[in-house]
Design a protein around this ligand. Structure first.
Ligand SMILES: Nc1ncnc2c1ncn2[C@@H]1O[C@H](COP(=O)(O)OP(=O)(O)OP(=O)(O)O)[C@@H](O)[C@H]1O
Ligand SMILES: [Mg+2]
Length: 631
């Protein structure tokens, strides 16, 4: 019965925030909280702002989108700063249609859906409260009741500019039901809801021949026309088009550019003048945010058509390219899997990463910058540190191609391939190799990929595979050492003691025997060689480390395992190199002896307990790495 209780308490919550009163009482509310009278654009902007924002490296991260949309921070920042913000201030962009343009499955619809769901929630909060003339099918703004000649006075007193005129239906009701007494007109609080068609509309083009403009602007109600005697009586008209229903809120235009021209003109008049024509009535005022989306090809063919020139200047295009960060791409897949019927499937660690590497590579343009290849670019874009490059280089790379991210493999394709990989396996557990194989097989079937792209993509799969091999080896090697971190720290401390003695020309004391010895050159070199420090460069390298240690000490910080990236890398590699043979023998032995068997079981258990594997994927990983090391 828990759910029924929840339903009840939800209803009670809703009842609590309901409000109904006269226009006079509504004006009291407006006086106290002028934000209830804000425009739709201003409401969207405030809604986005109300979720908060963080600034990182000069980039604004809007939390409103952050939980659902990954890796599109730049596009979103632009969307907010160049459209929502100025539109909220009633600047001219508000009068243009917002067109999100981007490749398939790049998150355009997701952004719009988020805005819609956000609107529904926001209208239930105090800050986002919306009021309307009671009983009006268009939830008309009550302030429209203030006659034109008094609006300057109203502005003086309330500081609010009223736009738009009272609709034909409300004009008639004012006369008939309220005898022209605007103060008595009933006003109610409304709650945006797409299902109930309040303040949120969606329009999808259908067959151009049968599509009726009434879908947008409403239509004559033939059943009541006899009663009211005339087609121009607003009571004989149903104000139930998408334009009507989305008033005060927002409307999504799917596939806008597929629409017939005459529809587009209605749309333009609505955005440009804030009104539209319906039936035989004077223009009807409406205040709504219009968001449309389309892909690049369609957009290009639209603007290349001379006939569309006028339309073109009234649209503001916001590019929504694909995400270009591997780690964010992984999050997209995780989300899509969570939302799919594959929830129960075990996805081995790094399987999605392998797919993400492939996808991102297909989306990147090859850089011209010296010393940067595609893989380095991919890492830099994802915020990884690559030796010899800094944030400025990343920005330079990003500026090199203005249109990057408009093509390549889309997330939905990857998810489809993953689900086909699952079907093929007997157990509901898939790993990186399954995923890469499925992606590869998919390329053969993918009709819309050119031969040239296919060859490129095959190569990207090979790169993703190589990247995965490295990850897999590390994972296994780590699991082989009982306490990896501890061994690494011990090895590093040992190295640093020797380096210190070497640089200061001191002896080193054996901790066990207390005996004095020369620094262990062999040990130091075996670590330094891992990262290519040559015999000639060793002294400088060691001195640099000592300087770093004393710099840390001066600041009162402790130099630890994570303080020096290259040293850490060297230590890791050394540990792995020492381990290699153990791993090789243990993982590939056909007839393991008892101690090997015990080791394998331990490693499997550690992979499961600490690294997120299940027993299938842990054993698969072990076998795979064994075969890699034996090559
Ligand atoms: N950057 C992203 N962040 C989060 N999810 C994303 C992102 N890009 C794509 N997706 C996911 O991919 C799927 C397709 O996205 P969506 O439908 O929003 O794309 P679209 O741009 O509208 O595509 P289409 O042009 O095919 O209509 C969704 O499940 C969405 O969650
Ligand atoms: Mg879409």
């Amino acid at each position: 019965m828990d759910i029924l209780n929840k339903v009840r308490s939800y209803r009670e919550e809703e009842d609590k925030i309901k409000w109904e009163g006269t226009f006079a009482e509504y004006l009291d509310i407006v006086k106290r909280r002028p934000e209830v009278a804000q425009t739709a654009h201003s409401r969207v902007y405030n809604m986005i702002k109300s979720s908060g924002l963080t600034e990182r490296n000069g980039q604004k991260l809007y939390h409103f989108f952050g939980e659902e949309i990954f890796g599109l921070e730049d596009s979103i920042e632009r969307l907010v700063e160049e459209y929502f913000h100025p539109a909220a201030k009633r600047l001219d962009v508000r009068k243009r249609i917002l067109l999100l343009m981007g490749p398939v499955s790049g998150g355009k619809s997701s952004i719009v859906t988020l805005l819609k769901r956000g609107f529904e929630q926001y209208s239930k909060t105090d800050a986002g409260a919306v009021y309307a003339i009671k009983g009006c099918p268009m939830h008309e703004d009550p302030l429209h009741l203030i006659p034109n000649h008094l609006r300057d006075d109203f502005f003086e007193e309330y500081g609010i500019r009223i736009e738009g005129s009272l609709s034909p239906l409300s004009t008639m009701r004012l006369e008939r039901e309220y005898n022209g007494r605007i103060e008595d007109v009933l006003v109610e609080r409304i709650f945006f809801s797409e299902d109930k068609r309040v303040g949120i509309g969606t329009f999808t083009p259908s067959d151009p021949k049968s599509q009726d403009i009434a879908d947008l602007t409403g239509s004559i109600d033939f059943s009541t026309i006899a009663e009211f005697g005339s087609e121009s009586d607003p009571r004989a008209y149903r104000f139930d088009g998408e334009f009507n229903k989305a008033n005060r809120g927002m409307m999504e235009f799917q596939e806008m550019l597929k629409l017939d021209e005459k529809f587009l003109w209605h749309l333009l008049s609505l955005t440009q003048e804030g009104n539209f024509k319906a039936g035989r009535f004077a223009l009807i005022s409406a205040d709504e945010l219009i968001v449309a989306h389309t892909n690049e090809t369609e957009y290009r063919s639209f603007i290349s058509n001379k006939k569309n020139e006028a339309l073109h200047s009234r649209i503001i295009v916001m590019p929504i390219p694909y995400n270009l960060k591997v780690s964010q791409e992984e999050r997209i897949y995780q989300k899509m899997i969570r939302e799919s019927d594959m929830k129960h499937v075990h996805v081995a660690p790094h399987a999605l990463r392998a797919a993400a590497i492939f996808s991102i590579l297909t989306r990147l343009e090859t850089p011209n910058k010296q010393g940067v290849d595609l893989v380095k670019k991919m890492r830099l874009y994802d915020g990884e540190s690559v030796e010899g490059f800094n944030q400025m280089d990343v920005e330079e790379l990003q500026k090199e191609f203005t249109n990057e991210g408009m093509k390549g493999i889309d997330p939905r394709y990857v998810i489809n391939r993953i689900s086909s990989a699952i079907i093929r396996k007997e157990v509901p557990s898939i790993n990186a190799l399954d995923v890469l194989r499925a992606l590869k097989d998919g390329l053969d079937q993918h009709a819309s990929i050119s031969q040239e792209d296919r060859d490129k993509y095959m190569n990207y799969i090979a790169i993703a595979r190589k990247e995965y091999d490295e990850i897999a080896k590390k994972e296994i090697q780590k699991a082989f050492v009982y306490s990896y971190e501890e061994s690494a720290i011990t090895l590093m401390d040992n190295y640093l003691d020797n380096v210190e003695a070497f640089c200061n020309k001191n002896k080193i004391r054996d901790p066990l025997t207390g005996e004095e010895m020369n620094p262990d050159e062999k040990l130091m070199r075996s670590i330094e060689e891992q990262i290519g420090v040559s015999e000639n460069a060793k002294k400088a390298f060691r001195e640099e480390i000592l300087i770093r240690i004393s710099a840390y000490a001066r600041k009162g910080k402790r130099f630890d395992y994570n303080s020096h990236d290259r040293l850490r890398e060297a230590i890791q590699k050394k540990l792995f190199a020492d381990l290699k043979d153990v791993v090789k023998i243990t993982t590939s032995s056909k007839t393991p002896d008892e101690s090997q068997l015990k080791k394998v079981n331990e490693v499997v258990a550690r992979l499961i307990d600490e690294h997120g594997y299940n027993s299938t994927s842990a054993n698969e990983l072990l076998r795979y790495v064994g075969s890699l090391l034996n090559r």
